[in-house]
Design a protein around this ligand. Sequence first.
Ligand SMILES: *Cc1c(COP(=O)(O)O)cnc(C)c1O
Length: 455
Amino acid sequence: MSSPTKYLLSEDRIPKAWYNLRADLPFDLPPVLHPGTKQPVGPDDLAPLFPMALIEQEVSKEQYIEIPEPVLEVLKLWRPTPMFRAHQLENALDTPAKIYYKYEGVSPSGSHKPNTAVPQAYYNQLAGTKRIATETGAGQWGSSLAFACGKFGIELKVYMVKVSYQQKPYRRNLMETWGATVVPSPSPDTEAGRNILAKDPDCTGSLGIAISEAVNDAVTAKVPTKYALGSVLEHVLLHQSVIGLETVEQLALANAQPDVVVGCIGGGSNFAGFAYPFLRDKLKSGGQGPRVVAIEPAAAPSLTRGVYAYDFGDTAQLTPLMKMYTLGHDFVPEPIHAGGLRYHGMASSICELYRNKLIEARAVPQLATFEAGVLFARSEGILPAPEAAHAVRGAIDEALKCKAEGVSRTIVFNLCGHGHFDLSAYERYLSGSIADHDLPQAVLDRAKTTLPAMA
Ligand SMILES: *Cc1c(COP(=O)(O)O)cnc(C)c1O
């Protein structure tokens, strides 16, 4: 093997500005609507929840937005992240394809999420926020924000879905180590939580309930408190662009021209952060450039089987309405192990790119995904997060296609996190107790009937 395995950038190559694809899109994004009036929301509607700098980024059409120096100082703890040539995986697959992967698992919390947690905490500090309330499912977002809030002296309260709080104590321990307060949701600490507990004292919680609690907390707290979200919103996608900006440079170091770019999608943030800089170059060159492929779980197939419509961002119907491919806000996917990919909707810009055929999407079943994760661990060494294993599956399928066709293509994918907190999922896979479930069309048809009525 003559070509290198690792492509590393020195610290001064951390991007100095985030890239905003919106500046280069040939179309605009549909407006976000107020759930009551169904009119476009303005900055004042969002001001109780987010600092103004983030609200501005949410709608900005600036092509590049400078990354503040204090944010760069923290990102330096793990960025730039490495890009690898997957020589060992290529050998295992006996494929003529060249496979590269960007690795975001080297961050403090083990995924891409601190890339946005850090700037969100920073802008909150700048705006005088003393405290943030947020929700977390399995704990990836909560732990990333716990780390970031610690860096900027902000108190953090995390409403963690009760069943995860009980079953996945390690992420909670991590959040507490970084200084956050974590409560199982539904909790007696908010009116939203008390109402649910009054009806069902044994309720094991859901992300929708936890969102309600965090929002409820943020708007009623006595100390200046805001809310924060780890995916779906455009400012989150923007902050993740450091991933793709670095990868473009690293591929240039490798003298590689990608033919296929692959990432997994839950709410869309790691995929967008990774892929949008490639789309920038593709749009600039009149469509010349790599195919861009989003991989979603067959159990929560928003893009490939969802309805394109205005829907709530959460189960509790508290958020503004977003036009997206949705499975319906009260859709409950199978309890698959890629907790980060169980969201019913998708970031707006990803939906518009898909609708305009600038990106492709594919759904993969759970067993094939774990099979890919294990093959990756055995060849490249890194144990992928179950979410990241979807991207691995997508890349492997592309590489196998190359083998079948007898052609070499360059495939690059985002390995968005490691799976060290997901070992119980791997245990279940290795012991044969994970199964694939069909998602009947009737379930999806029902979801359509729950969409909010539009004028
Ligand atoms: C949260 C998470 C996801 C899903 O979120 P996106 O916004 O779609 O990136 C995927 N992978 C990992 C490792 C996560 O922590």
